[in-house]
Design a protein around this ligand. Structure first.
Ligand SMILES: NC(=O)C1=CN([C@@H]2O[C@H](COP(=O)(O)OP(=O)(O)OC[C@H]3O[C@@H](n4cnc5c(N)ncnc54)[C@H](O)[C@@H]3O)[C@@H](O)[C@H]2O)C=CC1
Ligand SMILES: O=C(CO)COP(=O)(O)O
Length: 393
């Protein structure tokens, strides 16, 4: 919904602030129906979740239309020392498990109680591994402000009986709020060290809200561009993880840079074709944004999906992804293997398997039906899609 900006006097703080007025009287009975600073909560605290909180918290301190404090919901766990992760984060100002050595900003407040973390927020940033978001949303029904706006940084999709569901749509439908997306070439550990990168905000029709998200995330080292193509942006972020698994197989088999480049090109083409078949509104130009080609490149060279897939291929597929993930990532989660399965289900259901040989082959290798060496032999098969053949050469 459009937000109107106006100058108001804060009754509590006695200072002039920019207020974001939404549908007054429909904000869950909060104390600030006359005018308020936006309150931000980050739902998730893995490596990217923690960096997202750091980015946002650096801006809420500087921009007067936001409350300084940023709440970060933590899926609670007990560390080897016996301390709760939430307590360790609040004591050290670092996520000692998922992003050690990086100060988040003193205004980041970790909270293990999700209801408490979200209840006052009108800007919700969802950034958990995609396999957990359905349960999280179910637990949040009726708990978030009705005037809240959401953004999803989650790369993944859900497949329901009625078909594939983008996570931004799942969040939106379950919680009854709008949901934009932020995707891009964003390896968390590099952004944590404030190395320059770009990102893309995908929005449906509310440009003003998209600009607020851009303002909330942008820093001199994190350049965010809004694009009116929520499905295209989200599918880029989701599907590139499958391509990264393929790139990891190539690395594990020492097939060289040319082969890897070929796999990336074939993968990018399948990403575009799959996205456009699901949503005819998806724009070709989206694939040239950070969420598209740039994210495919960075993930195929520096991501966790690539790394674990490389180990899988080196072991000849004899050790499972679950085992390798647990050993190599210590609590961090892969998205590409389950996304490959979800994409495969869509392809099979719609009779598209022949048209997406790379996506199909990645899944069949992951489940042991094909050896890792099949990645080139099968992926290079000509797609049966006219869309691909037009632009394949
Ligand atoms: N790490 C990165 O470089 C980037 C990650 N992303 C995306 O961000 C999303 C979140 O990933 P990360 O922050 O990297 O997480 P992560 O993989 O670093 O950490 C796993 C997280 O899952 C939580 N968790 C474990 N079991 C859970 C459960 N049952 N319910 C809820 N949470 C549980 C853990 O507490 C931890 O916060 C993913 O979709 C990922 O693709 C996007 C861009 C960059
Ligand atoms: O999405 C990412 C970079 O943009 C992170 O990819 P990985 O999950 O493979 O590390």
């Amino acid at each position: 919904m459009p937000l109107a900006f106006e100058q108001v006097m804060s009754p509590l703080e006695g200072e002039t602030e920019i207020a974001h007025h939404t549908n007054a009287g429909n904000n869950g009975g909060n104390d600030d129906q006359i005018g308020y600073k936006s309150r931000v909560t980050v739902v998730g605290s893995g490596s990217w979740g923690s960096v997202a909180a750091k980015l946002v918290a650096s801006n809420t301190l500087k921009i007067s239309s936001f409350h300084d404090d940023v709440k970060m919901w933590v899926f609670e766990e007990t560390l080897q020392s016996g301390e709760k992760l939430t307590d360790a984060i609040n004591r050290t100002n670092e996520n000692v498990k998922y992003l050690p050595g990086i100060k988040l900003g003193k205004n980041v407040i970790a909270d293990p109680d999700i209801d408490n973390a979200v209840k006052d927020a009108n800007m919700l940033v969802f950034v958990t591994p995609h396999q957990f978001i359905d349960d999280i949303c179910k637990s949040l029904v009726g708990k978030v402000r009705s005037d809240a706006e959401a953004i999803s940084l989650i790369k993944g999709m859900e497949v329901k009986i009625e078909g594939p569901c983008l996570l931004s749509s799942c969040i939106s439908e379950q919680l009854g709020i709008n949901c934009s997306v932020l995707m891009g070439a964003n390896l968390a550990n590099e952004i944590a060290e404030e190395k320059f990168s770009e990102a893309t905000v995908g929005y449906r029709d509310n440009r003003e809200m998209a600009e607020q998200w851009v303002q909330l995330f942008s820093t001199p080292y994190f350049m965010v561009t809004p694009v009116q193509d929520v499905e295209g942006v989200e599918l880029c972020g989701t599907l590139k993880n499958v391509v990264a698994i393929a790139a990891g197989f190539v690395d594990g088999l020492d097939m060289g840079n040319n082969t890897k480049a070929a796999i990336i090109r074939l993968g990018l083409r399948e990403m575009r074709d799959f996205s456009k078949l699901l949503f005819s509104s998806v724009e070709d130009s989206t694939f040239y944004e950070s969420c598209g080609v740039a994210d495919v490149i960075t993930t195929c060279f520096g991501g966790r999906n690539r790394k674990v897939a490389e180990a899988f291929a080196k072991n000849g597929g004899k050790r499972s992804f679950d085992e390798l993930e647990a050993e190599m990532l210590q609590g961090q989660k892969l998205q590409g293997v389950s996304t490959a399965r979800e994409v495969y289900e869509v392809l099979r259901h719609r009779g598209w398997l022949e048209s997406f040989p790379l996506f199909a082959t990645v899944h069949e290798i992951c489940i042991g039906h094909l050896p890792p060496s099949a990645i080139v032999k099968y992926s290079k098969r000509k797609s049966t899609l006219p869309l691909s053949e037009d632009s394949a050469h």
